[in-house]
Design a protein around this ligand. Structure first.
Ligand SMILES: [Zn+2]
Length: 202
């Protein structure tokens, strides 16, 4: 087995969390100073966690993914906008410290398959965070990268794409949203398993 294969094996298989899973509505908790000093969260090395998030993001063909979308309610996200960007960015405990300009553009979200809509964002932002090694970094971003930072930051606050859409757009998308809600209920019911057979109820 090559070293590369070994590296691959260290990636955890994370699963994408879809709307309306309640974890997406929680305000994610900060990663503690202790966890940063240890370089681990719940025993998992932070770089490995970052790789696993990037892996899930790429499998789902996204340009960004926040930890709550992988079922982890912690303040961490990854972004990789491809050629326009400078490679993958890992943000631990991010803060958006400056923002300016306004632009409306179409946006989607991996947790809302099939749903897109116009969202107004800042044209440029400055974000401070730690990287996967716990080093402080500042990212100045414009355009798609700024949009991705704001979108992923929203996830850490429990804010979602639907909250940013106009009411007209939400009305237009109501069937698609209802479909996601029904599919969620079906998955929950399937996870609970079938009802016990032969039990008579009064
Ligand atoms: Zn999203």
């Amino acid at each position: 087995m090559t070293l590369e294969r070994l590296e691959e094996k260290r990636i955890m298989e994370l699963r994408l969390v879809l709307y309306p899973d309640p974890i997406l509505r929680k305000v994610a908790r900060p990663i503690t100073e202790r966890e940063i000093a240890d370089g681990r969260i719940d025993g998992t090395p932070i770089p490995q966690l970052a790789e696993s998030l990037l892996d899930l993001m790429r499998r789902e063909k996204g340009v960004g993914l926040a930890a709550p979308q992988a079922g982890l309610s912690i303040r961490m996200f990854v972004v990789d906008i491809g050629k326009e960007g400078n490679g993958p960015i890992v943000a631990v405990n991010p803060e958006i410290v400056e923002s300016s300009g306004r632009v409306v553009s179409e946006e989607g979200c991996l947790s809302f398959p099939g749903i897109r809509g116009d969202v107004r964002r800042h044209t440029s932002v400055v974000m401070r965070c730690l990287d996967e090694k716990g080093e402080p970094v500042e990212h100045k971003a414009t355009g798609l990268l700024a949009r991705a930072f704001e979108h992923e930051y929203d996830h850490l606050e429990g804010a979602l794409l639907v909250d940013r859409l106009s009411s007209a757009r939400k009305l237009f998308l109501r069937r698609d949203l209802r479909r996601l809600e029904e599919e969620y209920r079906e998955r929950l019911a399937a996870a609970r398993g079938p009802r016990p057979q032969g039990v008579t109820r009064p």
